[in-house]
Design a protein around this ligand. Structure first.
Ligand code: GDP
Ligand code: MG
Length: 303
């Protein structure tokens, strides 16, 4: 059997489970997850190896209206993710009815010339599978999908069937990445993302959207990795929330992030966190650019 390889983008509205799906397919965490919308800000590749194929999945920010510089950057990431790929997977939340916002994501898929799959996610929460039919029909009326798959990114239900079917449609070709590589995302960036995920877990309302995390240093020693990171917020009040009474919240964020990073990187971590106010950073293109690691890597390689 010829070896197959290619790129598959995962697109859809915020919170439908794109990043959870990517992690489940790869088998460990490469993208952070939260119950708040717009958690994912950059496109991230996760690589799945099979004896006969390699699939490079691309997770993307949720498709939404772009108001701030950050929003515009996020929607640019979606556009870039769909550029030059083989298959687009539109993922939707099967527990929800078709909504006007779905037209945005359908438009993205319609403009894509390659094959497209519809994934109905979160079927672990739909005990009666007949309930999936109306949603399936509505989406199929809007766009002629190549395949439709009910899945659960949380339980893994349907994922093997999905992978097999994707492989069937992928072109013949050699592996694009070494077999031991599971993501294109540098460890430094993943570390900052894990810190941000812990902030998202412990905060509510406007705070999650106002948070950015940038690494100040990442030093690999013999026995441990030393990481210094700054959590940026937009207002003094948000800084107070992230630090918490007597520094308790920041401690909780730090401990959670350190433990997870130790597991992910397989080494002891010394993590130091700082919190700074940077007014309206989401409107500030210079800061938004700093958060874009694709651009940063390009710059480094040019220097
Ligand atoms: P994204 O914004 O599309 O990347 O969505 P996330 O992957 O961050 O997930 C959003 C929320 O949906 C999180 O709370 C996930 O735990 C939850 N979620 C994702 N997939 C599933 C699923 O298959 N079943 C259930 N019950 N929840 C899910
Ligand atoms: Mg996401």
């Amino acid at each position: 059997m010829p070896f197959k390889s290619g790129f598959v983008a995962i697109v859809g509205r915020p919170n439908v489970g794109k990043s959870t799906l990517l992690n489940a397919l790869v088998g460990h965490k490469v993208a952070i997850v939260s119950n708040k919308p717009q958690t994912t800000r950059n496109r991230i590749q996760g690589i799945v190896n099979r004896p006969n194929a390699q699939i490079v999945f691309i997770d993307t920010p949720g498709i939404h209206r772009a108001d701030t510089a950050l929003d515009k950057q996020m929607m640019e990431e979606v556009k870039q993710a769909l550029d030059g790929i083989d298959i687009a997977c539109l993922i939707v939340d099967a527990t929800r009815d078709f909504a006007p916002g779905d037209h945005y994501s359908l438009d993205r898929v319609r403009h894509f010339r390659g094959k497209s799959f519809l994934l109905l996610n979160k079927i672990d929460r739909v005990p009666d599978k007949r309930k999936l039919l109306p949603l399936m029909e509505t989406f199929s009326r809007e766009h002629n999908f190549t395949e439709v798959f009910p899945v659960s990114a949380l339980t893994g239900d349907g994922l093997n069937e999905l992978i097999e079917s994707l492989i069937a449609y992928l072109p013949e070709g050699p592996p694009l990445f070494p077999e031991d590589q599971s993501t294109d995302q540098p460890e430094r960036f993943l570390a900052a993302e894990i810190v941000r995920e812990k902030v998202l877990t412990h905060t509510r309302e406007e705070v999650p959207h106002a948070v950015a995390v940038l690494l100040d240093s990442f030093e690999e020693g013999e026995r441990l990795v030393r990481i210094r990171a700054t959590i940026y917020v937009e207002r003094e009040g948000q800084k107070g929330i992230v630090i918490g009474r007597g520094g308790e919240m920041l401690k909780k964020i730090g401990t959670g992030a350190r433990k997870e990073l130790e597991t992910l990187l397989g080494t002891k971590i010394f993590l130091e966190l700082f919190v700074k106010v940077e007014r309206n950073w989401r409107q500030n293109s210079a800061i938004v650019r700093q958060l874009d690691w694709h651009r940063q890597l390009e710059q480094l390689s040019r220097e």
